[in-house]
Ligand binder design. Structure first.
Ligand code: UD1
Length: 421
């Protein structure tokens, strides 16, 4: 079984280039189902989740040509199925993002309930509410969901929470619908804007992405396009925290700094220097990082996908730190693992109180989800002894060449094969 071994490392220094964003690539790949002409994608990260989404597309009859170096050509002219196989669905929750495009293109979509990171119950009621508003009928049967419509008709949909996935699924369902769809209280994440930009290149009529009201006027047909995926703000944030936690100095390249505001602000609050240099950000660690509070919120608030990595850092920020998780109800599974490494963390409902400034020591720990895995690597870099992380398939779902990138900055990190016996 593969594990990641992290040993105490010097201050990380140097440059690292951020890959394309997983959470932008996945909905864009799903949206490739909408067209019949060649779609050429660039900066697609080489990740497990991306492979699963490509497998989903192929299982539905699409052609996916991998050109290497993050380049893909997708053609969905031969789309011939609306049923997403359970084996693929159960591997990744985001496979659910094919529902909107399938409903738009074929008037039918059938799937089982999605798998993926275990960070809360993660229902899909908003997605289904959106499909119903567009005129789809939904049948649910033992975890199987079938949505169908003779014709989708635009509608006004209010989301009770600005769900990223629901916004994406409703946008893609509405692209070929008759008339206008308006999504109120839509998610405003940069990945939504990237999806909208991509859909517009295909010929869709989408406006307002990046604000809380998105308008989609249905068109009859889409064309081929070429699109480059935006940089991954969470990967960028992870390396920025790596500089901060190890007392290092890292230039993180290929960053849209506008997407990084809460992360940059919180690092500055701890005393780090954060210098914007065009498409790069340099983080110079604070000598004695100060305690901070974070509260996760929908964009432009502090991202829930950076909560675990910041918590690892907060164990080194002297004083009382507080992390409040408001987006997912069960996203503190990394706390137990950090405690095994000596972290002083108490949980009170949706808040975690981290008494920072105490030394950590290496332990055998488990990556309970993708970002929790990244947090354990960060903690391992400043722990005495060895940290051995298991269940690293979670990490591979979202970080491209993670050991190589960390090693390039001077980290003591290797992937090891461990015989469980
Ligand atoms: C996406 C991201 C994930 C990120 C999350 C929040 C992808 C592939 N994943 O996940 O990395 O952590 O946004 O930024 O882009 N909810 C409902 N009903 C629904 C849908 C959501 O109650 O129908 C709730 C969820 O349980 C959760 C909250 O809304 O508490 C936010 O979820 P959502 O924004 O939908 O996250 P995902 O799209 O699953």
């Amino acid at each position: 079984m593969e594990k990641i071994l992290v040993e105490k490392s010097p201050a990380l220094k140097g440059k690292v280039r951020v890959s394309g964003a997983k959470n932008a690539a996945l909905p864009i790949l799903a949206a490739c189902l909408l067209g019949t002409e060649d779609i050429y994608l660039e900066e697609v990260p080489n990740l497990k989740d991306v492979t699963i989404m490509c497998d989903v597309l192929e299982s539905l009859g699409c052609k996916v040509e991998r050109l290497g170096e993050g380049k893909l050509i997708i053609n969905s002219a031969s789309l011939n199925s609306y049923k997403t196989p359970f084996e693929l669905m159960s591997k990744m929750r985001a496979s659910f993002l094919v529902m909107g495009p399938l409903l738009a293109r074929l008037g039918n979509t059938e799937t089982s309930l999605p798998g993926g990171c275990s960070i809360g119950s993660r229902p899909i009621d908003y997605h289904l509410k959106g499909f119903r508003a567009l005129g789809a009928e939904i049948e649910e049967d033992f975890g199987n969901i079938h949505a169908s419509a003779d014709k989708l008709v635009g509608s006004r949909i209010y989301l009770d929470f600005p769900s990223v996935g629901a916004t994406e699924n409703i946008m893609t369902a509405a692209v070929l619908a008759e008339g206008e769809t308006i999504i109120d209280n839509a998610a405003m994440e940069p990945e939504i804007v990237d999806l909208s930009n991509f859909l517009r290149k295909l010929g869709a009529n989408v406006s307002g992405a990046g604000t809380s009201t998105i308008r989609i006027k249905g068109v009859e047909k889409l064309k081929g396009a070429r699109h480059s995926i935006i940089p991954d703000r969470i990967e960028a944030g992870t390396f920025m925290v790596a500089a901060a936690i190890t007392g290092g100095d890292i230039l993180v390249e290929n960053v849209i700094t506008n997407h990084m505001k809460p992360i940059m602000a919180k690092l500055v609050e701890t005393g780090c220097q954060v210098i914007e240099e065009g498409e790069n950000v340099r983080v110079i660690a604070a000598e004695n990082p100060k305690a901070i509070d974070i509260k996760t919120l929908p964009y432009p608030g502090f991202p829930t996908d950076m909560q675990a990595q910041f918590m690892a850092y907060m164990t080194q920020c002297k004083g009382t730190n507080v992390a409040i998780e408001t987006v997912f109800e069960n996203r503190f599974m990394h706390v137990e693992e950090l405690q095994k490494m000596g972290a002083d963390i108490k949980i009170d409902g949706r808040s975690a109180i981290i008494t920072g400034g105490k030394p950590l020591s290496g332990a055998k720990v488990k990556a309970s989800d993708l970002r929790a895995g990244a947090a354990l690597i960060l903690a391992g870099l400043v722990s005495s002894g060895k940290t051995i992380i298991s269940d690293i398939y979670h990490i591979d779902r979202g970080y491209e060449h993670i050991e190589d990138k960390f090693r390039g900055l001077g980290a003591n990190i290797t992937r090891i094969e461990v015989d469980e016996d």
